[in-house]
Design a protein around this ligand. Structure first.
Ligand SMILES: NC(=O)c1ccc[n+]([C@@H]2O[C@H](COP(=O)([O-])OP(=O)(O)OC[C@H]3O[C@@H](n4cnc5c(N)ncnc54)[C@H](OP(=O)(O)O)[C@@H]3O)[C@@H](O)[C@H]2O)c1
Length: 251
């Protein structure tokens, strides 16, 4: 199967200040896409933009908090104004604050729902008309919306119920949207990684899990590679779900 060229396209990656999002931005830029970088930590976005520009790519920081619908919409407007169009949205920004539900932190639940579910919905709402325009006007004749879900969207365990619920919700609305916009040539996909070596989990949890771990974790670049696979399929082929695990993981 021939890969699609990303030259001439514009991508917007949320959560681009670290981990998987930064790796996705690097990978899409290396394949020729101009990349808008969204997160709250402006210094990190600025240094990634510099790195990408030095490598010959077009990169635009669009600092925003995804939980604010106005700022999310403004980031999409700035992307289109600054880079000319929007072909690919990667909804990657996320929060994970695991813990028991009994006497659990309501603030942690609130943050996970606001970032993982509502934040991705706000970006999707603002970006969809532009994705439809990009698909109509070519050159690829297709646009892509990719949500970074999780293996937790399929398999739950004690202590990650609210995080898993947000990822299952992401899977659910993505499947509904896939059906809604299939005729408009917008592909909707979820990439579902298992354990990835990033700063997502609070340090106290990372320490505990590190001690118990018997297998290698995925790297952010592995997940970026999966995203690149999804968005470079020929226009007639849509990968809707892609689950990626460390090979030795039983989870
Ligand atoms: N690591 C794993 O094992 C794993 C497994 C499956 C799925 N995932 C998913 O992968 C995605 C990326 O996580 P990661 O592992 O790469 O962790 P990470 O390095 O902590 O990245 C999280 C990103 O989300 C951004 N973010 C958080 N809250 C935000 C907000 N309110 N507004 C804008 N941006 C916000 C952060 O940027 P700022 O703080 O600068 O805003 C950061 O760039 C998440 O959706 C996560 O659920 C991770």
């Amino acid at each position: 199967m021939t890969e699609m060229d990303l030259r001439g396209t514009v991508s917007l990656v949320t959560g681009a200040s670290s981990g998987i999002g930064a790796a996705v931005a690097r990978t899409l830029a290396a394949r020729g896409s101009a990349v808008a970088l969204l997160a709250r930590r402006e210094d990190r976005l600025a240094s990634l933009a510099l790195e990408l520009r030095e490598a010959g790519a077009r990169a635009l920081p669009v600092p925003a908090d995804v939980t604010d619908p106005e700022r999310a919409a403004e980031a999409v407007r700035r992307t289109v104004a600054g880079l000319g169009r929007l072909d690919i949205l990667v909804n990657n920004a996320g929060a994970a604050r695991p813990g028991p539900m009994l006497h659990g932190s309501v603030d942690a639940w609130d943050e996970m729902v606001r970032v993982n579910l509502l934040g991705s919905l706000y970006l999707t709402h603002a970006a969809l008309p532009h994705l439809i325009d990009a698909a109509e006007q070519g050159p690829r004749r297709i646009a892509d919306l990719v949500g970074i879900s999780s293996v937790s969207g399929r398999a739950v365990h004690a202590g990650n119920g609210v995080y898993a619920a947000t990822k299952q919700a992401l899977n659910t609305y993505s499947e509904s949207l896939r059906k809604e916009v299939a005729g408009r040539r917008v592909r909707v996909a979820v990439v579902e990684p298992a354990s990835v070596a990033t700063d997502l989990l609070p340090a106290r949890v990372r320490g505990t899990q590190e001690a118990a771990r018997t297998f290698e974790r995925l790297s952010p670049a592995d997940v970026a590679d999966a995203v690149a696979y999804v968005v470079t399929r020929p226009a007639h082929a849509a990968v809707s779900q892609l689950l990626i695990r460390p090979s030795e993981s039983e989870r």
